[in-house]
Design a protein around this ligand. Structure first.
Ligand code: DAT
Ligand code: MG
Length: 151
């Protein structure tokens, strides 16, 4: 399994509900490395670009309205197999179907208010990080704990 980077975003409901620390903690505790982090008010055109694959869906206008309705927390997380692992930590799209122990399973009830986004492939991880971050906003660093996580 490769070292990858994924784009994780705490959606406006997660920020409004005071879940920022709780959500970041889950990725930190797992052992992934934070390489980008900011609070950000997403403009309409960026939201549409991010979700461009869903443009034809009936819920698209509401999705864009939701994502732009307040600040989001943008994050880049790096690690071995982080893309698929983060999707497991996040849980199913519909929070009522998400397993207990996952972020959505523990913290949300509705698909339209599912508190967090995670990239669905390493390619989309790269694409989304380039979309949401300037190059200078992503840091290259080595956590002190690295040798205690990866042999
Ligand atoms: P995920 O966020 O789990 O990757 P997705 O990429 O299929 O799910 O959809 C992106 C977001 O769009 C999702 O988090 C919530 C919204 N969405 C998806 N399916 C929906 C539906 N059937 N009704 C309302 N919103 C939906
Ligand atoms: Mg998706």
């Amino acid at each position: 399994t490769q070292v990858e980077t994924t784009y994780i975003m705490i959606k406006p409901d997660g920020v409004q509900r005071g879940l920022v620390g709780e959500i970041i903690t889950r990725f930190e505790k797992k052992g992934f490395k934070l390489s980008g982090l900011k609070l950000f008010q997403c403009p309409q055109d960026l939201a549409e670009e991010h979700y461009k694959d869903l443009k034809s869906k009936p819920f698209f206008p509401k999705l864009i309205e939701y994502i732009t309705s307040g600040p989001v927390v943008c994050m880049a997380w790096e690690g071995i197999g982080v893309v698929a692992s983060a999707r497991k930590l996040i849980g199913s799209t519909n929070p009522l179907q998400a397993e207990p122990g996952t972020i959505r399973g523990d913290l949300a009830v509705q698909t339209g208010r599912n508190v967090v986004h995670g990239s669905d492939s390493p390619e989309n991880g790269q694409r989304e990080i380039a979309l949401w971050f300037k190059e200078s906003e992503v840091c290259e660093w080595t956590p002190a704990q690295a040798p205690w996580l990866i042999e």
